[in-house]
Design a protein. Structure first.
Lengths: 312, 312, 312
């Protein structure tokens, strides 16, 4: 159990051992959220900056609560309010945040690679909270954390990811994490949104929904990312729901105890029938809860916390 | 002195005893705001979410400070920034907030009944910070707290509420609280804004301002709620000021030591002559100060704080 | 070493001794930012309100972090979200903030004199975070703090301020501070932006850039304030860069170890060649870091902290 990285930029470059270290550390921190007093002093006196150049209330709030539970000070710095309007570069803004003694900068940015760019010249720790259509590592970590908690292990599981894979950083990070930990990953969706090139990441790609769901241990439904599609990739929302929306009949193809996952926010009636979102196989809200534990673990580890000595 | 409710949704369903418990608890907390170190550890490690789907800086800031003085962590989650833009339902957003381990959700919403709706399926405590034209319970509590502090008691007092009663959640909550605690309530304003149906709540309704102010112990001036009026209910702002604005001549009809109250923000020169807003009978700023003590009491009590054992 | 002021409204009214007290106090606080746990309990239980009626993310964040490092509670209250939209006056809003038990109100406002106006009727401490084109005292304090740290002393130094002096509160506050502490101040820029009236503040005014830079110990480059110029005062940005932008040739006129300063955000390629912004003579990021120490000192001192007894 070890962690020696200064940043969390992506899942692609992590080893299975590093992934496991994050998950094990998060398991310890999850217990903190269930206590009466949900705080540990691990990052007391440290400053975390939520540097969100693309809006995301959920992810921002999750990082904010994670930092507060670690007793850090946290500052929200969003792009609309920032100096970008005055023409300052991303680099200068990030260096300014660092000059404010930020220990950790959590960045959400619409450009793929923005966190890696910052990490090259900052002394502060950088955590990627989603960069364009590239990666969203903490989302993948909370997803595999939730799967492991429910299924005991990741290796050998059949995980089906359904929907808009092409534009999804969530899919990309999940595929890396699941493959590294030994899961079998199947991708399915409209052919325009699930290109065969993903087979090179070790995934099975199919456009036959029944085949995709057969024997699945986990079904991860992605949100249709209207905002990232430059042109319409499928006829209509109604047709997507008809062809790929999860309903009882389709769910019956999966294993009887298959988990239903969704990174949120859900389009009820599109990706998933509303009744299924609330059924006992859906772990969608547990994913949210686990997001805090996972982000606490990430903030703790990049800051130099020792996974072996953590006594949350 | 007792409190057994999980939520604070309205004043209508509270007993006089419960109202008194909140007021007595708030009196203890008021002393905290006068100390050099304005903090108690009562909610340390708890998470409060300010879930404001309708903007209100004053009420949000008051809850934010109240939570901080109780040593809670507080997260602001406003609608503009939220997932509503992405089509998520109120229910799913609220459940997501709860899944983030929120202990208390403070909700402001333009739809009457939104807090009651959330309370039906959330495990978190729900506090109504204003729902449409329905209720604004903490405003009423801080108003009666202020009256009791100044007058010693509520029972038997003559309280006149002046202005836009029809669209006012402040009026509605005040009427419930004052009637339950034994005050005589008179409502006055343009007939289009003060319907006779309020007589069923035990109030006197009059359109004669002199009659309304005669023998008043308290005059509570409501803000003209432009934003809640779907059509013009009176000729003009100038005419409202002329017919119903409080001035020295009109004030002379009330008892010599009558209190002047206003929930803010004031329209000086409309509801009230500017000089009266600053006179020694106006307790408008004390209402603001008392709002913190009352909201501390509410957050403390719904979270299970024992009113008898509180040692602020 | 002493401080007896309740507010920090401007630099103009401070004595050299008071300026030195702030700088000495800030030096103590700077050490806090270099510790592992960057917090002192000096303002524990105190409430600071960031009352920003004109947006400024950098200054707001700097005050926010300063207050947090002093263990104060801090509330952000910005104009867009405030009651101003509802027609409330600045005075009533400020009094409401005070009624919320605010101990210190940090105000940024587009109107010159707004902080002085508030200070006349508030009991809370008022700190000017920039008022129109009038003063920006904490910016000047962090600038002279940075100069003193690098040069050992202010008296006798040649400081050249370059650019848009007319509309710059940063220039105005810097001139007061530098003159009081004994520096020689030279102002240079387009004649439309550097009126001769500044000679009355004890400055040398020149429109010859070589002359302005000759023998300079410090070059302070101001941002071109597009937003404060009601009409174009110079032909174009490109022409400004050509005539007044700092480049290697021009820098060579100054002393070999001259400091390059900029209050940020920079227009790289306009006020300064990009390479110079990153050279070892530029102290632009150190200014940002020092801003926190200086603001901690200001919050501490106005609140009654004893400069002699401070034990950060």
């Amino acid at each position: 159990m070890s962690w020696h990285r200064k940043h969390l930029l992506d899942i692609e470059s992590l080893t299975a051992g590093e992934l496991t270290t994050v998950l094990d550390t998060a398991r310890e921190f999850k217990a903190v959220g269930e206590r009466d007093i949900k705080k540990v002093p691990a990052l007391q006196g440290k400053t975390v900056v939520n540097f969100f150049v693309e809006p995301s209330t959920r992810t921002r709030v999750s990082f904010e609560l994670s930092a507060k539970r670690l007793s850090a000070d946290i500052i929200n710095f969003s792009a609309d309010a920032s100096s970008f309007q005055k023409g300052e570069s991303l680099k200068d803004t990030a260096r300014t945040l660092e000059a404010l003694n930020a220990d950790i900068i959590v960045i959400r940015h619409k450009a793929a690679g923005a966190p890696h760019f910052l990490a090259r010249f900052l002394n502060a720790h950088v955590v990627n909270a989603g960069d364009g259509a590239h990666e969203h590592p903490t989302q993948a970590l909370l997803d595999v954390f939730t799967i492991r908690e429910k299924k005991g292990n990741i290796a050998g599981l059949n995980v089906t990811i359904l929907g808009d894979i092409l534009f999804s950083r969530v899919a990309r990070s999940n595929i890396w994490a699941l493959r590294k930990l030994g899961a079998n990953v199947t991708l399915c969706g409209p052919s325009t949104l699930v290109p065969r090139v993903f087979e090179q990441m070790g995934c099975r790609v199919t456009y036959d929904l029944d085949e995709a769901l057969a024997n699945a241990d986990v079904i991860n439904l992605l949100r249709i990312q209207h905002e990232r599609q430059r042109k319409s990739m499928f006829p209509s929302i109604g047709e997507y729901a008809h062809l790929f929306g999860l309903n009882r009949t389709r769910l019956a193809k999966a294993k009887p105890n298959a988990l239903i996952m969704h990174p949120g926010p859900m389009n009820r009636g599109v990706e998933i029938k509303s009744e299924l979102a609330d059924c006992d196989r859906a772990v969608i809200l547990e994913q949210v809860t686990n997001g805090i534990a996972v982000r606490m673990a990430v903030l703790y580890l990049v800051n130099g916390g020792n996974a072996d000595e953590m006594n949350a």
